[in-house]
Design a protein around this ligand. Structure first.
Ligand SMILES: Cc1ncc(COP(=O)(O)O)c(C=O)c1O
Length: 457
């Protein structure tokens, strides 16, 4: 095991390899070669009886692992909704990993838990959320949705005199959950994990872009949790959260916003109108590993009523420092032990500043527009209103779309995914990476259009 000068050699070696990887990420094929993918099988071996030299472990990881990665961090990866980790966040992530802090309790991790508090306050300001909201630094929007909905579950049951944390859901009074036809599957998963059930929901109707139609919203009656969305994963469309809050608030219903990527629109003066009225909701989920471009894994839940979140999450034990005057991070998260996620968020916000975040969001949106214009000009059908960073395009019938997307992925100039939107197969383009330039878009468009023209013949 590396100690003293060996430690320096090992970590320098890791840094050199990582720098080489990042410096070449923008020029390599986005998808790995079939040979590289085959080679990862060489990792599969019996558990070694004896150890291996640390530098050889690292060299093996680089030799077999690096070529088999998809260049998600590069500027022409447009699959799913994927950020590219800003260089400063990779650097601060390395340092904080070296610190190896367990950010459960403030008193034993004062640096990292303070940085989380700062990151929390900055995001609350950036998104225009209520000043005393609490935040929970979790793995991603899935767990952020789960965490926020756990706080919602606490509040709606407490309001009807039921202690759900103590007594569970067996025999509990009914609670209505309203979702939409376009609610992200991770919200259904969260509802299942929370004991509400994935299917025991009322569905609100949506319009052609996948936004809830507030005029056709179901009647709200009794204890209710409403799940809305900022940024449809296919179209980028926003639910009219302000209008829904107007319906929900007089009835005492809890309104949650899944803003995995869309909440970041609030950070851009040009796009903040998409989030108008959002601050009247009760909880919000977002990802930092998507549009803030920090390393995985990093999601955040915000809850207006900090006490509800704390009631859902806090535990006590004699050996833990749970009685403290400070904000104890684990009072707000499902985990007790975890990594210092807030450091990466702090670093991104400190490096970019308010203006830099807005510029990054706007750049991605205008590059999405550039994609849509280029595809339309070539005669292909853009299926969505491009309000944000998502573009849906169809090249023809379902089989043609699938064939073209397959060829685009294999070509390696860029990477775009497949989806089905309103019964039609389509290609999704999601522009979420800080480093994507207009040249990257044009280069990708050239490749996409050449493949589409060839495959449609
Ligand atoms: C709207 C929405 N909610 C939730 C998620 C899940 O996010 P994560 O994979 O970070 O858990 C996504 C992922 O794209 C999303 O777009």
């Amino acid at each position: 095991m590396a100690k003293g000068s060996d430690l320096r050699i090992l970590l320098d070696d890791a840094a050199r390899r990582a720098i080489d990887y990042r410096e070449t990420a923008s020029e390599r094929h986005v998808a790995p070669s079939p040979d590289a993918v085959d080679d990862v099988e060489k990792f599969v071996e019996p558990l070694p009886e004896a150890g291996t030299d640390d530098r050889e472990v690292l060299a093996m990881l680089d030799r077999l692992g690096s070529p088999a990665t998809v260049a998600m961090t590069g500027p022409r990866y447009f699959g799913f909704v994927i950020g590219g980790s800003l260089p400063v966040t990779v650097a601060t992530n390395w340092l904080s990993t070296a610190w190896d802090q367990n950010v459960g309790m403030h008193e034993v991790t004062p640096a990292t838990s303070t940085l989380e508090r700062v990151a929390m306050d900055w995001m609350i300001e950036l998104f225009g959320l209520p000043a005393n909201s609490a935040a929970s630094f979790v793995t991603g929007a899935t767990v952020a949705n789960f965490t926020a909905l756990a706080a919602a579950r606490h509040r709606v049951f407490a309001d009807i005199g039921w202690n759900v944390e103590a007594d569970g859901l067996i025999g509990a009074p009914p609670v209505t959950i309203i979702v939409s036809e376009e609610t992200h599957p991770t919200v259904f998963k969260s509802l299942g994990l929370l004991g509400f059930g994935r299917n025991r929901v009322v569905r609100a109707a949506v319009d052609s872009q996948g936004s809830i139609d507030a005029k056709r919203f179901p009647a709200i009656d009794g204890p209710t949790i409403i799940c809305t969305q900022a940024g449809n994963v296919n179209t980028g469309a926003f639910d009219p959260v302000g209008d829904i809050c107007d319906l929900a608030k007089p009835k005492g219903a809890w309104v949650h916003v899944d803003g995995a990527f869309g909440l970041w629109a609030a950070a851009s003066p040009d796009r903040a109108h998409l989030c108008s009225g959002f601050a009247t909701a009760d909880s919000w989920a977002t990802d930092a590993h998507k549009w803030l471009n920090v390393p995985y894994d990093s999601g955040v839940a915000f809850v207006r009523d900090a006490a509800s979140l704390q009631s859902a999450m806090a535990i006590k034990a004699d050996y833990l420092m749970t009685e403290t005057a400070y904000r104890n991070p684990s009072d707000f998260t499902p985990e007790l032990s975890r990594r210092a996620r807030g450091v990466d968020v702090w670093a991104a916000l400190k490096s970019l500043g308010r203006q830099g975040v807005a510029e990054m969001i706007d750049r991605c949106c205008s590059n999405a527009r550039r994609f849509a214009d280029g595809l339309s000009a070539a005669g292909y059908e853009v299926l969505n209103k491009v309000v944000l960073n998502q573009v849906l395009v169809s090249f023809g019938d379902d089989a043609t779309n699938r064939r073209i997307i397959d060829h685009i992925q294999k070509d390696g100039t860029c990477w775009c995914g497949v989806t089905v939107w309103q019964q039609k197969t389509a290609m999704r383009i999601s522009v979420c990476n800080w480093s994507t330039t207009e040249e990257d878009v044009d280069r990708s468009l050239d490749a996409i259009l050449a493949i589409a023209a060839r495959e449609r013949q």
